[in-house]
Every structure is written in C-alpha cells, then in structure tokens.
Ligand binder design. Structure first.
Ligand code: IDP
Ligand code: MG
Length: 153
C-alpha cells in the first residue's frame, strides 16, 4: 500500500508571490509523484488553526497565521511510493538555512517564516490534513501509464 501513499502539499503564499509554484510542483512531479488532487484557495483563520493545531500555542503562530492567510495557496495531494517521506526529503529541513542544497527550501529559501512549501509529516497526519482541504470526491485515484516505470509493481 505504501506504493499508493498520499500526502498533502501546500504551495505557500511566499512561493505564490514569487512565482515559484510551477517550479516547485515540477520538482515533485518529475520525481515520479502523481497529482491526485489540486485546488487554489485562500486559507482563512479557522482552517489555519485546524491545519496548524499543533502550533497554535507557539510564539511564532501569530506571524504564521498572518503569512499563511496572506495570499492564495495551491493545495495538492501527491500520491506515490512513500510519498510522505519523499516529499519531506525534497522539501528539506523546516529552516531553509539548515535545508540541504538541492532541496526546495535549501535552493529557494533563507527564512524559517518564508519556507515555501508544506508537506505532511506522517501518513496519519496526511490523512487528517487531506480531509481538511479535500472532499473524497475531489481525489482522483487514477492509474497512470508511466507508474510502472517509476515504481516496480
Ligand atoms: P514543517 O513545515 O517543516 O513541518 P513545522 O515544525 O511543522 O515545520 O512548522 C510548521 C510551519 O510553521 C513551518 O513550516 C514554518 O512555516 C512555521 N514555523 C515553524 N517554526 C517557526 C519559527 O520558529 N518561526 C517562524 N515560523 C515557524
Ligand atoms: Mg509540520
């Protein structure tokens, strides 16, 4: 089943403002991950509080709330082999200064408060987060002809 793991990605407001959405999505798509859900939306305070429930008491939360609600984001469900771990690896560490070169945050970021992309941190978190952003009928669990060239059946 890990071949069909799903994870939630958000292209954050800084990436949208900087015109990096396409390049970020391309990196994940080119790696072999498959888009099974996508939408543009403006996150409101209620959704931000649910999505970042683990962080609402943190000192950085007010700034995070202003940031994540400041422009539309693109929410994407990526599916593929070990998709959660693969996306986290391609994203790089939370603080772009600690993220390895070659990762999305390591190549395009400098500041932990402007780190371009969200990716779920476990399959369980992914299920919850996907449920916050998508209705079941908005996910297209499609078989792609190239899947067998990316993952050994
Ligand atoms: P992650 O995005 O790598 O999973 P988390 O620890 O889950 O990192 O934090 C969620 C988000 O909160 C980060 O991506 C970042 O946008 C923001 N954040 C985390 N720590 C800080 C901080 O110390 N200052 C400002 N923003 C932070
Ligand atoms: Mg996180």
């Amino acid at each position: 089943m890990a071949n069909n793991e799903q994870t939630l990605v958000l292209i954050k407001p800084d990436a949208m403002e900087r015109g990096l959405a396409g390049r970020i999505i391309a990196r994940l798509e080119e790696r072999g991950l498959k888009i099974v859900g996508v939408k543009l939306l403006r996150i409101d305070e209620a959704l931000a509080r649910r999505h970042y429930a683990a962080h609402v008491e943190k000192a950085f939360f007010p700034g995070l709330l202003r940031f994540i609600t400041s422009a539309p984001v693109i929410a994407i469900v990526f599916q593929g082999k070990d998709a959660v771990e693969a996306v986290r690896q391609s994203m790089g560490a939370t603080d772009p200064l600690k993220a390895a070169p070659g990762t999305i945050r390591g190549d395009w970021g400098l500041d932990i408060g402007r780190n371009l992309i969200h990716g779920s941190d476990s399959p369980e978190t992914a299920r919850v987060e996907i449920g916050l952003f998508f209705r079941p009928e908005e996910i297209a669990d499609w078989a792609r002809d190239t899947d067998r060239w990316i993952t050994e059946p």
